[in-house]
Design a protein. Structure first.
Length: 170
């Protein structure tokens, strides 16, 4: 059986960053999101948050690709505020109110949560990035509308992670 085809965003010096694929072997939330941003057609409205204008979509697309490339090559994002640890080894890339969840794997369907302790600073703090496995997968996209990430967004990211890893186990 052939492994599922994933959209590879960047093969860097440190990590290969690709878009996770759902159980149907076709649906890839982040690949679809990046494509829609590039085409300036992403029109999600969530809880009263207006969709991004075409210019904002172009800027968000460029920023995300540059941030992911930097991460894939340097094991870090351009700024400490560009990422955050959520729960159960799910992390997020942050840009404006946009969030892209991600996780790591060995490429064989194995997964061990990478969790770090928050470092508190005068501005609130941050979680240092751990040493991720070689393959980083982008899972889901959501708009942050509350101070804390909603449970259903984390649950969705975990579900996509499980579906994506199952492809590598086959």
């Amino acid at each position: 059986m052939t492994k599922v085809e994933r959209t590879v965003v960047c093969k860097g010096d440190e990590y290969e960053v690709a878009c996770a694929v759902r159980a149907d072997c076709v649906t890839s939330p982040v690949a679809e999101f990046l494509s829609a941003l590039k085409e300036q057609t992403w029109a999600v409205v969530s809880d009263g948050v207006a969709p991004l204008s075409p210019d904002e979509q172009v800027k968000a697309h460029s920023w995300l690709l540059a941030a992911i490339e930097h991460f894939a090559n340097h094991c870090e994002f351009p700024h400490v505020g560009d990422r955050n640890q959520l729960m159960q080894g799910i992390w997020e890339i942050k840009h404006w109110d946009l969030r892209v969840s991600f996780f790591d794997t060995d490429g064989e369907g194995n997964y061990s949560p990478k969790i770090t302790e928050r470092i508190h600073t005068g501005g609130g703090g941050y979680c240092p990035l751990p040493d991720f496995d070689d393959y980083v997968r982008l899972g889901t996209v959501f708009i942050k509308v509350t101070a804390k990430t909603r449970k259903h967004e984390i649950d969705s990211a975990i579900q996509v992670r499980e579906e994506d890893l199952e492809h590598d186990r086959k």
